[in-house]
Every structure is written in structure tokens, then in C-alpha cells.
Design a protein around this ligand. Sequence first.
Ligand SMILES: NC(=O)c1ccc[n+]([C@@H]2O[C@H](COP(=O)([O-])OP(=O)(O)OC[C@H]3O[C@@H](n4cnc5c(N)ncnc54)[C@H](OP(=O)(O)O)[C@@H]3O)[C@@H](O)[C@H]2O)c1
Length: 264
Amino acid sequence: MGMINKMDVAATQSAFREDLLSGKTAIVTGASRGIGAAIASRLCEAGANVVLCSRSAESVGQIADTLRSKGYTTLSMAADISQKADVEGLIEKTIEQFSQIDILVNNAGITRDTLLMRLKDEDWDAVLQTNLTGTMYCTRGVLRPMIRQKSGRIINISSVVGLIGNAGQANYAAAKAGIIGLTKATAKEVGARGITVNAIAPGFITTDMTAQIPEKNQEQLLELIPLRVFGSPEDVAAGVCFLASDAARYITGQVLQVDGGMVM
Ligand SMILES: NC(=O)c1ccc[n+]([C@@H]2O[C@H](COP(=O)([O-])OP(=O)(O)OC[C@H]3O[C@@H](n4cnc5c(N)ncnc54)[C@H](OP(=O)(O)O)[C@@H]3O)[C@@H](O)[C@H]2O)c1
């Protein structure tokens, strides 16, 4: 009696996933590909209504359409998080459509890598404006609705580079370290309002962002990872889903590393 076969396990998991976040509304920035697309998909599977944004209406629309064709509730729009007016529009439209914002995932990010000696002001400004200031615009923008609801989850995608630095990424490392400071300060400001704010620091995740790294360097990188494999966007999405769920209700101001043990 009671032998659980694979089908039962699959059914249990899918039932668990479907109601984990049912009735919740989530915004995912940078959801047109890579980690953001995987996060949007995972939150949909968990039952949330998901608002996807990126700078390109077409590419983010395609991801949203695919999710909608699977029966999930999505809304997509072009919004450049480095532009305050775009962020205000994103939040307004979400409230208009779903009346609430329960989860914000600040995932959108860019790189402009070069050694600091050669770094142009515009490459410093662009990375800081998108990765850090954009994250601040979105975070500040959702606080009012979340405070009104007396609940909310904010999850910021930082990087292990924000913890340990990386040659050739002074701008990116500064922005990602800044996100960790922003996460902790905001967690302290809004904890009493029922809002948690956490960061995820992914290690090396296989996406468009990391595809440019030459194969030889990728092999060297693997040597630094105790689990000896690169992560997938789904590995990061699983961490986001956990932090967005009730299971993480007593966790705030933390940085969850999803890095195969690369940094410890
Ligand atoms: N891949 C890794 O190994 C790794 C490791 C650590 C941390 N991360 C972080 O994880 C996040 C996602 O990385 P990824 O590898 O999935 O990158 P990716 O494949 O380059 O995707 C970046 C996403 O952000 C969007 N985006 C860029 N600038 C934007 C802006 N100003 N406003 C709105 N959306 C914008 C892009 O869409 P559009 O081009 O259409 O705007 C795209 O959807 C980033 O914050 C990155 O720093 C990645």
C-alpha cells in the first residue's frame, strides 16, 4: 500500500505549484529572455498573474503570448526601467489591470564590460542607471500599493560579482553591490508594513549575457564551481519562487546565492 509512483509525485508537485501564488500579481522586469523569462514562466506555473516588461514590446510580447497560450494570465508591455516615466506607466497599468501588486522581481540588467582604465563615462552611467537606479525606481514605485495592501515581496537580482568583484566589470559590480545595499535598507524601512525585500546573487548562469564568454574561459570558470556545472535560468527562477511564497515569510534583507557554491 501507499507506493507513490512517478505520476503521483508529478501530480502533487504540479498541484503544489499551481496554488503556491494563486491570486497574486507579479511584475518581472527584463522578462523577454534568459533569467527573466524563466522567472515569469515559473511564477505563472505557481498561479500568479504576471506582468512582463522589457525595452522591446515585440520580444516580451512573444514570451507573454506563449505563456497565455498555456492558459496563464499575463500582461506584457515595453518599459525601459532606466526611465522614470516608463516605470510609472508600468506600475499604473498593472494596478489598472489587476488592482494590486504582490510581487516585484527586479531582474532587468545590462553589462558594458571593460577595464576601469578604459571605462567611458557613458558606460558607467548606462550600467548604473539601468541596473541600480532602474531597480530603485521600480522598488520605490511599488511601495505605496504594497503598503496599502500591508503585504508584498520584492526580489532583486544582484550577482556574485556584487559580492566579490570582477576585473573588467567595475560598473556592473558597483551596481550589483548597490542593489544589495538598496535591498537591505528597503527591508529595514518596510518590514513593519509586511513587505519583505531580498536579493538573489546568481553565479554563472547560461544565458545570452554569458554566451559571449570564450569557451576556454568557460572551462576555467567551471573549475571554480564546486558543483562543476553552470546554472540555468530555472535555477534562479526556483529561488525567486521560494522567496515570493509564504514559505519565505520570515526571510528579509537576505542575499540568496544561486551559484553552485562558487562563492562561500
Ligand atoms: N547570466 C548570468 O550568469 C547572470 C549572473 C548574475 C546575475 N545576472 C543578472 O540576472 C539578470 C538577467 O540576466 P540574463 O543573463 O537573463 O540577461 P539577458 O539575457 O541579457 O536579459 C536581460 C533582460 O533585461 C532586459 N532589459 C535590459 N535592459 C532593460 C531596461 N533598461 N529596461 C527593461 N528591460 C531591460 C532585456 O530585454 P530588452 O533588451 O528587450 O530590454 C532582457 O529581457 C540581470 O540583472 C543580470 O545582471 C545574470
